[in-house]
Write a protein that binds this ligand. Structure first.
Ligand code: GLA
Length: 709
């Protein structure tokens, strides 16, 4: 919902179910931030931005004025939203309101430099039912000379002035992604970013800022997530004037984007929201928004199927007979999608060769993929295939034919990681080639699903064929072309689904989620490690897109956990089986069949319901998560114990999101409920709580609640 006051000073008030956002034009014509927080309803309450005075010659008024989208120019020393360099060396940019346009839930405000026709159009879009606002910017060169953009952000966000704010963010590395950090914000900058060409495992483009005292269910939380899968940056900054501001968009590191006259550059969408109900309601808002407004198909996209993936069973040693045998075993378990991983193409017997040669290996599949796919389909499963389209091994026909197709600097070493180099998708010929390969595979075979992998970060990011002044455009053009390939592929093959994988969770962001159905969370499938990875993931992304496999033990850390524990951990996302079924015994098959059946019963609740984090693996020996179905009729409570000490019982679980007046039938999948009442009221479950008997190490359980009345 958008209200505006257009007579006299202009003020805009953007309101959603849970938040309002306001800005107005100052006496000098600059667009200034006015408010971000709980919903307001009266536009007249907002006064136009006031004229401020300098505190001293070292503390100019501009540092106090919360400019919505500050150019780097004049006496401004904080992180700018836009920085440019003109050909003649002039780099001053001071932006003033020029015009605006409101259309439905969208508002465009155009700013112009005080001297030159350099224009920035700020796009605002409210999603009133979701409590989400999106911002992005289009920079246009209306002059007659080119200029170079040195920093292009999507938005600058301002918190109410004050101290004591706290930042939450996700960091990590390969096999240890999405670790949740919470730390006080002090003066200076805290930067989370990627310089790796893809989203990266090291930081994820999501943030939350709270007043320092928020909990899962209480307190004020401002949050945001960037929809960009290349180099990105979020700068959280507290100025000397007690102002916390968050600026985010494309990474300004090594950024140079030349804009010719009448060309423009669009920055990625930065989605944001405000919650008065703590971190839990913040992530539930983002979760629902992502499922319904970001994912391809939105509300109508199907529940994620239970998949089997052959990687950990066969690694590169795939062949028709072996895959068929696995498929038969998988189908008996209740698997719905069978995915053949790496090793099916070119001379791919290990990770030294074959990437780039996307033709079926005739030794492993003498009759092509058809016999295997037919067999999988006959078993009532869809077929999925692993691809890594952006990569090439030096030992491949493609590289021998096109050594210039990889990202490189002329005459310099080309670093190989996992023996592979990256094809320069910024080049249109390379983009067309990759599209052609995937389109052919999807046209000639009944492929329902691509697991799209990307197993290394950028290095030597050169593009020698482009004009020297345009070579750094690679950072942007690569991502845009990647998006284009996926979008075209999906348009041509409407039933095709895609999983984004980058050595685990190296490419998880809302830009990717606008075009894929799920993401591979982490190459670390060790169930106890996963609890923290999943906790971090759940801050920013829905369970529905979180691929989670059950694999064999001992796993990472040489740790072994029981099969039931591994299942329950993975059942909190899009369940997959990645174990070597050839090594399983009868009791494993029996347990897996039972667990998959239980998963299917609670799948809509886990994938489409509201998640509540009851106990965190960061702070407790017991981890617990609860999911409540959208219609409130079912709830699933997962509980995990790391290691019991001194015979202490597990803590009481205070459930959430239930109807206090309703009663719920309780069902324990393994008889570990302490409560013996067959049903309990919502009030009792939320206030007196539920108790489970978890003993020893790595014990776990699942309690299913069905609303009785
Ligand atoms: C990456 C992926 C794995 C697997 C291998 C195949 O590591 O994350 O799941 O697909 O590549 O080479």
């Amino acid at each position: 919902m958008m209200r505006r006051r257009i007579e006299g000073p202009k003020t805009w008030l953007l309101t959603t179910r849970t938040s309002s956002y306001a800005m107005g034009i100052g006496p000098d014509g600059a667009l200034r931030h006015l408010y971000w927080g709980a919903p307001l309803w009266r536009l007249e309450d907002l006064s136009a931005p006031a004229a401020l005075t300098d505190i001293s010659s070292f503390d100019p008024r501009q540092m106090l004025e919360k400019e919505e989208f500050p150019g780097w120019g004049g006496p401004r020393y904080y992180e700018p939203a836009l920085k440019i360099a003109r050909e003649d060396g002039n780099r001053d940019l001071v932006l003033r309101y020029a015009s605006h346009r409101i259309q439905g839930d969208e508002l465009d405000i155009t700013l112009k430099d005080v001297n030159d026709p350099i224009e920035v159009t700020l796009h605002y879009r409210v999603y009133p039912d979701y409590g989400i606002l999106s911002r992005s910017a289009r920079v246009r060169n209306g002059t007659t000379r080119p200029f170079t953009i040195q920093s292009a952000q999507s938005a600058a966000w301002y918190l109410p002035p004050g101290d004591g704010y706290r930042l939450s963010y996700l960091s990590g590395r390969w096999a240890a992604e999405m670790q949740l950090n919470r730390e006080p914000i002090h003066e200076g900058q805290k930067v989370i970013e990627s310089r790796k060409g893809h989203t990266s495992h090291n930081f994820n483009p999501w943030f939350a800022v709270d007043t320092g005292d928020a909990s899962e269910e209480h307190g004020r939380v401002w949050f945001g997530a960037l929809a960009w899968s290349g180099n990105w940056r979020i700068t959280v900054e507290q100025t000397p004037y007690r102002q916390v501001r968050v600026t985010g968009g494309m990474n300004s590191f090594d950024f140079a984007y030349r804009l010719n006259p009448s060309e423009s550059l669009e920055t990625p969408a930065f989605f944001a929201g405000f919650s008065a109900g703590g971190f839990g309601s913040a992530s539930r808002a983002l979760d629902r928004f992502t499922r319904e407004k970001i994912l391809p198909g939105g509300l109508s996209s199907r529940l994620r199927p239970v998949l089997y993936n052959s990687w950990e069973a066969t690694t590169f040693h795939v062949d028709e007979a072996g895959q068929k045998a696995l498929a038969e075993k998988a189908s008996k378990l209740g698997v719905e999608l069978f995915v053949m991983d790496d090793g099916w193409f070119g001379k791919r017997d290990d990770d030294h060769a074959g990437l780039g040669d996307w033709f079926v290996n005739p030794r492993k599949f003498p009759h092509g993929l058809k016999p295997l796919i037919d067999a999988v389909n006959r078993l009532n499963m869809d077929f999925g295939l692993w691809v890594e389209p952006e990569m090439v091994n030096a030992d491949s026909d493609l590289y021998r034919a096109h050594p210039d197709w990889v990202i490189h600097f002329a005459g310099r070493p080309r670093s190989e990681l996992r023996n592979q180099m990256i094809l320069n998708l910024a080049r249109n010929d390379v983009k067309e080639y990759i599209f052609g390969v995937l389109d052919k595979l999807a046209t000639e075979n009944n492929i329902r699903y691509f697991k799209w992998d990307m197993n290394r970060s950028f290095s030597e990011p050169g593009w020698p064929e482009a004009e020297p002044v345009d070579q750094q455009k690679l950072w942007v053009a690569y991502v845009r072309n990647l998006y284009e390939i996926i979008d075209r592929l999906r348009a041509r093959h409407p039933k095709l689904e895609i999983e984004s994988c980058s050595g685990g969770g190296g490419r998880v962001d809302l830009g990717m989620l606008q075009r894929v159905d799920e993401v591979w969370t982490s190459d670390n499938t060790e169930a106890f490690d996963r609890l923290r990875i999943q906790e971090g993931f759940s801050q920013a992304y829905p369970a529905k897109v979180m691929s989670a496999w059950v694999t064999d033990v001992p796993n990472m850390n040489s740790r072994s956990t029981p099969l039931s524990y591994r299942f329950l951990v993975a059942m909190q996302g899009a369940l997959g089986i990645g174990a070597n079924l050839n090594g399983w015994g009868e009791s494993d098959f029996a347990l897996a069949t039972k667990m998959i059946a239980i998963y299917k019963r609670i799948r809509p609740t886990v994938q489409l319901g509201d998640p509540y984090r009851l106990l965190s693996p960061r702070t407790s020996d017991v981890t617990s998560d609860q999911y409540v179905s959208a219609d409130g009729k079912q709830s699933a409570v997962f509980v995990f114990r790391h290691s019991q000490e001194y015979n202490t019982p597990a803590p009481t679980l205070y459930l959430r999101g239930l109807d206090r007046k309703a009663t719920y039938k309780l069902e324990s999948i393994d008889n570990k409920l302490v409560e013996r009442q067959p049903a309990l009221s919502g009030a009792y479950l939320m206030h007196a709580g539920l108790n489970v008997n978890l003993r020893g190490d790595f014990d776990s359980t699942l309690v299913i609640l069905e609303r009785a009345q």
